[in-house]
Design a protein around this ligand. Structure first.
Ligand code: NAD
Length: 486
């Protein structure tokens, strides 16, 4: 019998009355690993009333008291790193060698970072003649987080860290494909001394998400997922004029100039296409290589892919390339590969499903590189969210900037060149929110991240994010007689 998990509200698991359950499947084995009760109306109402009650307590605590609890939670996350990393691997199919040094740590870092910032938030005061006014940074109330499946625990930490530090309470809905990490975070918050109800987790799919986005009791929604879902969420949220943070998809460019360090640029292209088996929103899936170095770049890329990428049981620490989240998603990626072939792009390496010996039943797709791509191809325009790289060539700086920007998306971008002036000149003209020079993918807690254009609204991490979980109250103080015509 598989274990059954539930929504976690007010510090405990809460059963539904509807009896509805869904399966969670390990992407590397396609076995059911546990089942989860879907939140029904009673559970959802319970979550809202618990979060409202907890808001009255949490928002009245001093920022230092809240920070102390959040810092303790960050410590507990790090102490449980290995156990939590295995949960993430079984839910997502990503390699343990990634999860045990990135997923939990980067989540803990963000909680610790916002714990540190919270007590430093100050209002202003200004004299207006003899009178004066002052401002207070107040929390919004009950806010919602809705997560994607690629970094489940990290996403829950990145959303709850600033929200809770600012004094809000949060109802979090993880992806129905990876629901366990958020429950573990909720348990850790309680263990760290957080009042029950400050961070509630509700389980389910789109319907449960829609409850949050359309509820008048929720002041803000922070969403991570696909562009089309984000558009639906923003539309629903507009009915109650909620503020939204949208962390959506990308089709990011990597520009490799003729003076680039080719070995480093190949490392970036591989990291930005094959880390987490290609399921990373900022992936540089459009790799623009200067035509003069194309053959050297492709030769090294192919050699390193074919010799260094190891697929298999993601729990095996030698494995650096995992399984895609579901059979359905694997098929979507394979369909895109078929489209690329039909459009006339050629395959340098990969291009098929994969049954590695350590995990023959998993949803693997070979790391795939398309060459001879053109800007108008579907595989070059649309987010595939799998291990599929498109290589394009260019000759001129202005030409490649225009082509890199010729997309409705604008999440990430990278430039490789040893010319320092060109590096900055080019990146300043790229329409993307997260840019790297001679690097790719790093996302420390201190650095704001988020998209331009259809890739998102607002930012996560960095100082400005804390402010997005507050509202400013202005208070005018009269020091003399109130003049009135009445
Ligand atoms: P998705 O849009 O399918 O689902 C995301 C979440 O939204 C899930 O929890 C889902 O249950 C919920 N949901 C679905 N329909 C909803 C609705 N109508 N109302 C409210 N909630 C709803 O995305 P996914 O497949 O889980 O994740 C992959 C996508 O996420 C990719 O496009 C990727 O680029 C993006 N992503 C972006 C970032 C970022 O920071 N920009 C990070 C990770 C993933």
């Amino acid at each position: 019998m598989s274990p059954v998990y539930k929504s976690f509200i007010d510090g405990q698991f809460v059963s539904n009355q509807s009896g509805e359950c869904f399966d969670v499947i390990n992407p590397a084995t396609n076995q059911v690993i546990y089942r989860v009760e879907e939140a029904d109306d009673d559970v959802l109402q319970h979550a809202v009333s618990s979060s409202k009650r907890a808001f009255a307590i949490w928002s009245m605590m001093s920022a230092i008291e809240r920070a102390r609890i959040l810092r303790k939670a960050a410590d507990l996350l790090r102490e449980r790193n290995d156990e939590l990393a295995v949960i993430e691997v079984n839910d997502t199919g990503k390699p343990l060698q990634e999860a045990n040094c990135v997923d939990v740590q980067t989540g803990a870092d963000v909680i610790e970072y916002f714990a540190g910032l919270a007590p430093a938030q100050v209002g202003q005061q200004q004299a207006v003649g003899e009178d004066f006014y002052y401002t207070r940074k107040e929390p919004l109330g009950v806010v919602a987080g809705i997560g994607a499946w690629n970094y489940p625990l990290q996403i829950a930490c990145w959303k709850s860290g600033p929200a809770l530090a600012a004094g809000n309470t949060m109802i979090f809905k993880p992806s129905e494909e990876t629901p366990l990490g958020a429950i573990k975070l909720a348990e850790i918050f309680i263990e760290a001394g957080m009042p029950a109800g400050v961070f509630n987790v509700i389980q389910g799919g789109a319907k449960v998400g829609q409850f949050l986005t359309s509820s008048n009791d929720i002041a803000k929604v922070s969403f991570t997922g696909e562009v089309s879902t984000g558009q639906a969420v923003a539309k629903d949220a507009s009915q109650s004029l909620k503020s939204v943070t949208m962390e959506l998809g990308g089709k990011s460019p990597l520009l490799v100039f003729e003076d680039a360090d080719i070995e480093q640029a190949v490392s970036a292209a591989m990291l930005g296409n094959f880390y987490t088996q290609g399921e990373v929103c900022t992936n540089c899936t459009r790799v623009f290589v200067h035509s003069s170095i194309k053959s050297a770049f492709l030769k090294q890329l192919q050699t390193r892919i074919e010799n260094n990428i190891v697929a298999g049981d993601p729990l095996d620490l030698e494995v650096n390339f995992g399984a895609l989240i579901s059979k359905q998603h694997q098929q979507k990626v394979l369909d895109y590969i078929a489209v690329g072939k039909a459009e006339g792009a050629n395959i340098l390496t990969g291009g098929a499903a994969w049954q590695p010996s350590g995990a023959p039943n998993g949803n693997f797709v070979q790391p795939t590189v398309f060459v001879d791509c053109t800007d108008d191809m579907q595989i070059v325009k649309e987010e595939i969210f799998g291990p599929v790289m498109c290589v394009l060539t260019f000759d001129d700086e202005n030409e490649v900037i225009a082509r890199a920007n010729d997309t409705l998306l604008g999440l990430g971008a990278g430039v490789f060149t040893t010319d320092i002036q060109r590096a900055h000149r080019v990146i300043h003209q790229i329409q993307a929110g997260i840019c790297w020079i001679n690097s790719y993918g790093a996302s420390p807690a201190e650095m704001p991240v988020g998209g331009y254009k259809l890739s998102g609204i607002g930012r996560e991490n960095g100082i400005e994010t804390l402010a997005s979980y507050t509202q400013t109250k202005s208070i005018y103080v009269g020091m003399g007689k109130l003049e009135s015509p009445f």
